[in-house]
Design a protein around this ligand. Structure first.
Ligand code: NAP
Length: 275
């Protein structure tokens, strides 16, 4: 996806994957600075560890408490911080600037691919791990009517509900299954990744006939048991590919300073993931 986007923008860059053990993350970030990297993405568990290691955090990283995108910057002749891509040679003093492009990608994908207006919606979020927490907090910021949180480890859902309550005192965020109809179900559990996986909720407590739309963060397989069942129940559905695409597109925009070629990136992602 990134290399297709980079090629379309005619940039002389490459996007590469590196396995970095958590205890070496600081050294890797320092090395990236020294080698003149334009930027990088971080994935679990580095998204949280990097919060303590980066020189400056964008508001997005501060609000969502995680960093998935880093841009390297240096001072220009006037002393202003500029992306290193704007310098002809690798500057002496470089700072790392951390961003979060995940949270906006979740709501963009839900809006554009499920066609759901989040303001005033009644939402059920399944899962309270890293992705579930970010999704719940981001959804809570969109002025929904009510949010229900369900997680295998109940204490984690309670912690997220507590965070929502302190950020949005007027909003009803409850742990447990919702009564009646819901506008949107978001699956942020890893249930569905394996072919033998069933539904990520307790069928004695909730049924998809009570949901209007279902967003599954999982994109491989393209259609999980959840999405298949939701489709049969008449729900609007989308898988997690859009979320992956939009966080990556925003990262490329932060690095390049130009609009990301979204359709080129989407086609590359689909080709790489689904063949
Ligand atoms: P994580 O922090 O490890 O959280 C995993 C979540 O799944 C937790 O809520 C966990 O519950 C739950 N879970 C795991 N096994 C379960 C089981 N057998 N029964 C019930 N619940 C179970 O992982 P994450 O980073 O949040 O990722 C969660 C999902 O989102 C994954 O499927 C991942 O592929 C997907 N994701 C997609 C994107 C995208 O771009 N589309 C990005 C990030 C993540 P406990 O708390 O009880 O362990």
């Amino acid at each position: 996806m990134q290399n297709a986007g980079i090629a379309d923008l005619a940039l002389n860059w490459r996007y590469l994957a590196f396995d970095v053990p958590p205890e070496k993350l600081r050294a890797a970030l320092d090395g990236a600075k020294v080698m003149g990297f334009v930027g990088l993405n971080l994935t679990v568990p580095h998204k949280l560890l990097a919060l303590e290691m980066l020189d400056v955090l964008d508001e997005s990283a501060q609000i969502w408490g995680a960093v998935n995108t880093v841009r390297f910057e240096a001072r220009d002749a006037q002393g202003a911080w500029r992306p290193v891509r704007e310098f002809d040679s690798i500057p002496q003093q470089i700072r790392s600037h951390g961003f979060n492009t995940d949270a906006d990608a979740i709501t963009r994908a839900i809006r554009e691919e499920v066609g759901m207006e989040l303001s005033g919606a009644k939402v059920l979020v399944l899962g309270a791990g890293g992705a579930g927490r970010t999704a719940a907090l981001k959804l809570a910021s969109e002025k929904p009517r009510e949010i229900f949180l369900v997680n295998r480890t109940v204490g984690k859902a309670e912690a997220v509900a507590g965070e929502i309550a302190s950020r949005h005192p007027g909003l009803r965020a409850q742990v447990g299954y919702p009564p009646g109809q819901v506008d949107l179900v978001v699956n942020a559990t890893s249930v569905g990744l394996k072919p033998e996986d069933g539904l990520p909720f307790d069928e004695s407590q909730f049924r998809l006939s009570r949901a209007n739309a279902v967003y599954d963060m999982i994109y491989r397989p393209a259609e999980t048991a959840l999405l298949k069942t939701a489709k049969s129940a008449g729900c609007r559905i989308a898988n997690g590919l859009g979320m992956l695409l939009y966080q990556g597109a925003k990262a490329l925009e932060l690095w390049s300073g130009r609009p990301a070629p979204l359709e080129v990136m989407r086609r590359s992602l689909e080709k790489n993931i689904y063949g």
